[in-house]
Write a protein of this length. Sequence first.
Length: 159
Amino acid sequence: MLYKHLVVAVDGSRTSLMALEHASKLAALSQADMTLVNIANPSEYMALAPEFLQQESYEDAAMAQGNEVLDYAEKVAKEAGVQVVHRHLAVSTKGARDMAQQLVDYAETQKADLLVLGTHGRTGLMHLLMGSFAETVMRQSTLPLLILRGVHQDEKNAK
């Protein structure tokens, strides 16, 4: 058996879905277990006025969104033939570096064979401003990584 346990980061983005679909096929072929991980970030909801939140707090909103992402990801994985799907939802209020560290720490404690995530492949100013979650994971993890890069719209148009 090639892999026994894949940990897949999911955040609801297009690149995350691409990584999930690829990882699901790999897990199904390997008959591997899969754990879907979402690191909820309440600070992403702080731009909303409190009256627009349907939940009691920013953390509740982030957790609700994280559970929706995990529900959808679990459905995708099972439809692809993954037999055993686990879920893990965590909260980070410290930003991308902490989110990446939580993902890496969790995957390592679960003894994952492979950590899978998508990346937007930002460069230049956007990379400087937003950092790279995937790059941070790569620097912090000792696990084998599979990073799938999304294609920018302007790259698609150039082809």
